[in-house]
Design a protein around this ligand. Structure first.
Ligand SMILES: [Zn+2]
Length: 210
């Protein structure tokens, strides 16, 4: 299925190309969908969501992992909140095995692991974008990394490795409550999170037809 081909009768609410290294956010109402497209491939999208009515309830990585006992996100996976409630369900996924454990890049962690930083960071993107919604940095928690490949070996060793995502790969999420969706189009150029370097992604909010 082509990434740009939405279901018949779909009504597009917002369709945005997010430039490399930039953040983006939108309210997605219950029953609406958010489609995230990796336009050129191998581009990590750092993603968080919040209960639009009460941002204190937010995406919770451990609850998302422990209920299905599954570390990776695929079609059928449910993003769970800090209250263990379903926030968003992955309805379609052309890539698979999205990361739940590595969180986002920041100037501080890159300085420690690489002795260098990028011009931007996902942590700062989240801070800036959430500030638009009066949500403070204390609400930034361990996030989803769509299109980022972090295999875990039997001995527990793990690392960011080359992304499996190809140009046009997408995930399609259905909101199970009214959410504020926030992403950082990852600026990380010091590891494999962005392939050969940061590239644009596309975010489409739509109401399914029928
Ligand atoms: Zn990043």
């Amino acid at each position: 299925m082509s990434a740009s081909r939405l279901p018949a009768g779909a009504e597009i609410i917002e369709d945005t190309v997010v430039p490399p290294c930039a953040p983006w956010s939108a309210k997605v109402r219950q029953g609406e969908h958010l489609r995230l497209i990796d336009l050129e491939g191998q581009q990590a999208i750092d993603f968080l969501c919040f209960n639009a009515a009460n941002p204190a309830e937010r995406y919770h990585a451990a609850n998302t992992i422990k209920i299905p006992c599954q570390l990776y996100l695929n079609a059928g996976s449910v993003l769970r909140s800090s209250l263990a409630r379903p926030m968003m369900t992955i309805m379609e996924d052309s890539c698979g095995d999205h990361d739940t454990i590595f969180g986002c890049c920041s100037f501080e962690v890159d300085e420690v692991r690489y002795g260098a930083t990028n011009a931007e960071s996902c942590q700062r993107n989240f801070e800036r974008e959430l500030a638009k919604h009066d949500i403070g940095p204390e609400h930034i928690v361990s996030n989803v990394n769509f299109f980022m490949n972090v295999p875990v070996k039997p001995d527990g060793h793990t690392a960011i490795t080359e992304s499996q995502s190809k140009a046009g790969d997408f995930v399609d999420l259905r909101a199970e409550m009214d959410v504020l969706a926030v992403l950082s189009n990852c600026p990380e150029a010091l590891n494999d999170a962005t392939g050969d370097g940061p590239t644009p992604v596309r975010a489409i909010v739509y109401r399914p037809g029928g």
